[in-house]
Ligand binder design. Structure first.
Ligand SMILES: [Zn+2]
Length: 488
């Protein structure tokens, strides 16, 4: 029997609807953008979804299926995609579909919280558009990020939807592998996925949904138990990305069984009830920049044996914020200039200007607050250029130092996921009193070795974790916690 062709399509970006900056092909090129066979070297070695899917295709599906790589596109979180960028992706896919009219399946790896300029539910739109082209018989398997906003249209047109089981996310590869296996079985007629979906009028997020901490730990554990029930192909729980302003925004659950709709329905409902039951458990409350610095100053022993990590929750680059918030740096300069601090800020103009200066020279600059002036003011700073660095992802990067304050100014936004970000610039974490990061979850384990005190700092910006302060225009109402409702 000839091998059945399965297409690989991956388009991943998490949109912050409140960011004024559109995401274009340039932002995808910073991270990853490849077409056709150029995807293969990455797929063979990737620790992410494509790597898992590639393994399923080449090992589990050996001799039965054949891979047709079409597109693999990743961008950091940011503002909505421009219409042109989305149209470009569709044109690439359309061209490949014409070249391969004999596809037997499509692996469509999406984020699930991607926005496009002047459009609602673009990923539902993409699925519907694909269905119109390939018909209803071809299975389309859709692995998503756990922060996806699953919509009715996505459920209608996908054959099955699955997702990560961890937050912070650590199972990208397994998610790619498992979704690949289910898709191969479906293509070969060994499985018949049936999906059940529940949507909750629930908006909580931002530090509340870590899989190994309460209140979500028991729910994630139950989800993993459910996946072991015979006939269950996938169980997914989606505590959504709260910075996506969409008409169907809300938490959801999706359960896929092998042709057992009653079981799928029961489990999807059980999981939704579990989520709803913990909705009133309070978030850890972030503090102001001023009190964060005071806490760091008081934590003398902890600083001696490590460092304090200040999470800039109003400017979370990994959730789509521009990365140019000055509130925290201003508080450091005013209250603790002699503490050894490492902070990161995006400012393309200053990074380019400082990059042309020799190391050791002094520079006066007005930093940050330029892309979102409604949220913060630019900061006047005079410092010594002590290090320079350049890469595709970060652009030009310069470290400016004055007394203990080290400001890392970069051309592109930086989430500061790992200590290597500072270490590669010659900044020693053991010598730091405080460092700032612009991601909500991954720093918690990447910085574990050095971190003696985590403080979430709230100022102003596009990733405010307080949903009451977000400027939503399109979300459904009523919704918890904005409205007092007793049922999801
Ligand atoms: Zn996520």
């Amino acid at each position: 029997m000839p091998r059945r062709k399965i297409a690989l399509i991956e388009i991943q970006q998490e949109t912050n609807s409140f960011s004024p900056l559109l995401t274009t092909l340039k932002e995808f090129e910073w991270s990853f953008l490849k077409y056709g066979d150029d995807i293969l070297p990455e797929a063979k070695t990737s620790k992410f979804q494509t790597g898992g899917f590639y393994k399923a295709m080449t090992e589990y599906g050996r001799n039965t299926v054949e891979l047709v790589p079409i597109i693999c596109a990743w961008a950091q979180s940011g503002g909505p995609l421009s219409e042109d960028t989305f149209a470009h992706f569709k044109a690439v896919i359309e061209h490949s579909l014409i070249q391969h009219p004999d596809l037997a399946g499509i692996w469509l790896s999406l984020h699930g919280a991607m926005g496009v300029q002047s459009m609602t539910d673009p990923e539902g739109n993409l699925l519907e558009w694909l269905r119109e082209r390939v018909g209803n018989e071809i299975p389309i398997g859709v692995p998503l990020d756990l922060h996806a906003n699953v919509t009715q249209r996505m459920v209608k047109h996908a054959t099955f939807i699955s997702a990560y089981h961890t937050n912070p996310h650590r199972d990208h590869f397994q998610t790619g592998y498992k979704s690949g296996k289910v898709l191969i079985d479906t293509v070969l007629g060994k499985a018949k996925p049936t999906m059940a979906f529940r949507k909750m009028r629930l908006l909580k997020g931002g530090g509340y949904t870590i899989d190994f901490l309460q209140p979500m730990r028991a729910i994630f554990r139950r989800m993993r138990q459910m996946e072991k029930i015979p006939g269950v192909l996938s169980v997914a729980n989606f505590p959504c990305h709260i910075w996506l302003d969409e008409p169907e925004l809300g938490w959801s659950t999706v359960v896929v069984t092998n042709n057992n709709p009653i079981l799928a329905d029961q489990l999807a409902k059980e999981l939704a009830n579990l989520n709803w039951s913990v909705r009133k458990i309070a978030h850890p409350q972030p503090v102001t920049p001023e009190s964060a610095i005071e806490k760091v100053k008081q934590a003398k022993f902890r600083r001696l044996v490590g460092t304090a990590i200040l999470c800039d929750v109003s400017d979370i680059v990994s959730a789509g914020a521009p990365g140019e918030n000055t509130h925290l740096i201003r508080a450091i300069l005013e209250q603790a200039p002699s503490l050894v601090s490492y902070t990161s800020i995006r400012d393309a103009q200053v990074a380019q200007m400082a990059f042309d200066q020799p190391e050791g020279s002094w520079l006066k600059a007005t930093i940050g607050g330029k892309l979102e002036p409604r949220f913060n003011r630019s900061l006047d700073f005079e410092g010594k250029v002590i290090r320079k660095f350049e890469s595709q992802l970060t652009g030009k990067v310069v470290v400016l130092q004055h007394e203990g304050t080290h400001i890392v100014v970069s051309e592109n936004p930086n989430p500061v996921m790992k200590p290597q970000f500072y270490q590669d610039l010659g900044l020693n974490l053991w010598k730091a009193d405080l460092v700032t990061v612009k991601n909500l979850f991954p720093f918690r384990y990447h910085f574990l070795k050095y971190n003696r005190l985590t403080i979430n700092v709230l100022s102003a910006g596009t990733t405010n974790v307080d949903v009451h302060q977000l400027d939503y225009k399109y979300i459904p109402r009523p919704i918890f916690p904005l409205d007092g409702i007793e049922s999801w």
